[in-house]
Design a protein around this ligand. Structure first.
Ligand code: HSE
Length: 297
């Protein structure tokens, strides 16, 4: 009659896959508790660790849970308690963790009528509230684990991509607030054919690299022509962080989701730890706090 979940953080875009690629961080995330109740409906009982609205329609988890609840129409209600660890506006899928957790929890209490893949659509409804666009590149990896690739939004067509066993992510979160909505508003609506060709090459290369555990190819492919040139201007010390990561052995580095977090992919935990130290060093003495994570994918 109750279930407690780990709701993972995620890195969307992974440089060359704007809105179409994301990965799941195995060891960073929130927790959520779901309890059946006799009174029908969805209720958010408490949110620990963040100052977020409890009203269901104004809460990402609430909106996502409600969209699935209305579809399944169970004869019981669901009470939700959220333990937030991932800071809102951090760029590692805080809203997605809540949205994905919400639909997983409701589905679990209903005895799993839908597959995790089918849940993605409902989680996207919550994500739309947070970012103004129902993008799936955080909720899909949060629900499926590993790397998830969105081949198409209409119709929704999502593919799980294998993760090489030694692939680790280092993520640094400079704690300045950057809302996804705002970070989306600066993205250019038109891209030159030349840039699109480079991006297609890199995205294809990254996917091939993941399938073949070709770490070198993964590294060569981690570049972004579309959003990084503009969004990076909003992130303090971005160039230095990226350079420090590469110089200390990362395969590649870029903006995590809409930022301000910056990620690096590394072969092996040891390298990922060294990269974490180097990135931390860059922001030492900065006038903002920062938090760093090293996680398998
Ligand atoms: N693909 C989305 C964006 C991810 O970059 O706006 C947001 O986390």
């Amino acid at each position: 009659n109750q279930i407690k979940l780990f709701c993972p953080a995620t890195i969307a875009n992974v440089s060359c896959g704007f809105d179409v690629l994301g990965l799941c961080l195995e060891s960073v995330g929130d927790e959520m508790l779901f309890e059946k109740s006799a009174e029908k409906g969805i209720r958010i009982q408490e949110i620990i660790g963040a100052d977020l609205p409890l009203e269901v329609e104004q809460n990402v988890a609430g909106v996502a849970a409600l969209s699935l609840y209305e579809e399944l129409d169970p004869d019981f209600g669901v009470d939700i308690t959220i333990y937030k660890n991932i800071k809102a506006g951090s760029g590692i899928g805080s809203s997605a963790a809540s949205a994905a957790g919400a639909v997983f929890g409701v589905n679990a209490l209903c005895n799993y009528p839908l597959s995790n893949k089918e849940l993605i659509y409902y989680a996207m409804q919550g994500e739309a509230l947070a970012s103004g666009a129902p993008h799936a590149d955080n909720v899909a990896p949060a629900l499926l684990g590993g790397f998830a690739f969105i081949r198409s939004y209409d119709p929704l067509d999502i593919i799980s991509i294998p993760t090489p066993s030694e692939l680790y992510a280092t993520v640094i979160h400079p704690q300045i607030e950057l809302k996804t909505k705002d970070a989306r508003s600066v993205v250019k609506q038109n891209i030159s054919l030349k840039k699109a060709i480079v991006q297609c090459g890199n995205l294809g290369g990254l996917i091939c690299g993941l399938y073949n555990s070709d770490y070198d190819l993964i590294g060569r492919s981690l570049h972004d022509e579309f959003v990084e040139p503009i969004r990076s201007l909003l992130i303090p010390n971005f160039d230095e962080l990226q350079l420090a990561a590469i110089e200390h052995g990362a395969l590649g580095s870029g903006i995590s989701g809409a930022g301000p977090s910056v990620f690096a992919l590394c072969e092996g935990r040891k390298v990922a730890e060294v990269v974490a130290k180097a990135m931390k060093e860059v922001v030492r003495g900065a006038d903002y706090e920062s938090e760093i994570h090293v996680s398998p994918i």
